[in-house]
Design a binder for this molecule. Structure first.
Ligand code: GDP
Length: 325
């Protein structure tokens, strides 16, 4: 494969080249990994222009309906929109998220949109790395907005927060006690809460739920990266395409404020540091998982399991023998 040619075509915004590039970064093969690294390096100058929006919500809350309607609105304004997914469970369920072709049918046909299903990886770390690199490729291909979707399963929101500039939490209209069910940690990550399905019979409940969440957000500790009024809760109806323009206005206002106040770049810098650390950890662990080191790991685990060695002692021996050159 001619990586230099692929990089050029991606930087020109060719969708097929972008899809091939993403396939390359998703591959676990060692030779593909080398090519992927070369591809990313060649495109280094092209990235960092898109707004990366993380979007999370439990199954059935309306993520695909929202993304389709929101995405169509953005492409209607001339913006190019990419949709990526972080979902470690897709490997198990055979592609629950963005997997079936019927999801986001209109958006997937839109020439200004690019939709990519979650890579089939069994670990969250694996999916996260690939999504991060796919995000980078989408930016290099000139996309204005990258939507990174995840099913709310606890851990995956944290990963999406490490991949995005803004974190949007999609919630359903609910009674008062269900509100408690949203974990505090997830509330604390949210920049904007959207209470979806604010239409028909659910409208009044949605409005009340939204007020409840707004109240809960006000009780959270003030974060330096928030302008006055944020984090914020709004109602939307993905089905009736209501409130979407306002949601987009709020996202843009927040992004603009963070850009002007240095928080936008600071967050990306912190993310880059975090991912660097992750890469190092991953590489070190990989070294402990091959050949002689693997055998030593197995042998020492057995020693620890049988109580002949302490975990810390065995770990020290492992590192001394197999990492210190
Ligand atoms: P996802 O699992 O989060 O991707 O949710 P879907 O987008 O597949 O939506 C789940 C169900 O909720 C579908 O039956 C949708 O038609 C419905 N739904 C999505 N958005 C809305 C909305 O704004 N209002 C109403 N009433 N129903 C909605």
């Amino acid at each position: 494969m001619d990586i230099s040619d692929l990089a050029t075509r991606i930087s020109k915004g060719e969708r097929r080249a972008l899809a091939r590039g993403i396939t390359l970064v998703e591959s676990a093969r060692a030779d593909h990994r080398d090519q992927a690294t070369e591809l990313l390096a060649r495109l280094k100058e092209h990235g960092n222009t898109a707004l990366r929006i993380g979007l999370s919500g439990t199954p059935g809350v309306g993520k695909s309906t929202f993304i389709e309607a929101f995405g169509m609105m953005l492409t209607g304004q001339g913006l190019r929109v990419a949709v990526l997914a972080v979902d470690p469970s897709s490997a198990r369920s055979g592609g629950s998220i963005l997997g079936d072709k019927t999801r986001m049918e209109r958006l997937s046909r839109d020439p200004h949109a690019f939709i990519r299903p979650s890579p089939s990886q069994s670990t969250l770390g694996g999916v996260a790395r690939r999504t991060r690199e796919a995000t980078f490729l989408c930016e290099a291909a000139g996309f204005d907005v990258v939507l990174i979707e995840t099913v709310g399963v606890g851990q995956s929101e944290t990963v999406v927060a490490e991949l995005s500039d803004l974190f949007v939490l999609l919630l359903a209209p609910a009674g008062g006690d269900e509100l408690q069910g949203v974990k505090r940690g997830i509330m604390e990550m949210a920049d904007i809460i959207l209470v979806n399905k604010a239409d028909g019979e659910l409208k009044a409940t949605a409005t009340r739920t939204c007020a409840d969440y707004a109240g809960a957000l006000r009780l959270l500790r003030k974060r330096p990266q928030d302008p006055p009024g944020f984090p914020k809760a709004l109602t939307v109806s993905a089905l009736e395409e209501a409130g979407l323009a306002q949601a987009w206005d709020e996202m843009q206002a927040l992004a603009a404020w963070r850009r002007d106040n240095g928080h936008f770049d600071a967050r990306r810098r912190a993310q880059a540091r975090y991912w660097f650390g992750e890469e190092v950890r991953r590489a070190l662990l990989a070294r402990l998982d091959t050949g002689e080191a693997r055998a030593a790991m197995d042998r020492l685990s057995e020693e620890v399991a049988e109580g002949r060695m302490l975990p810390a002692e065995a770990a020290r021996e492992m590192l001394a023998r197999h990492l210190d050159d």
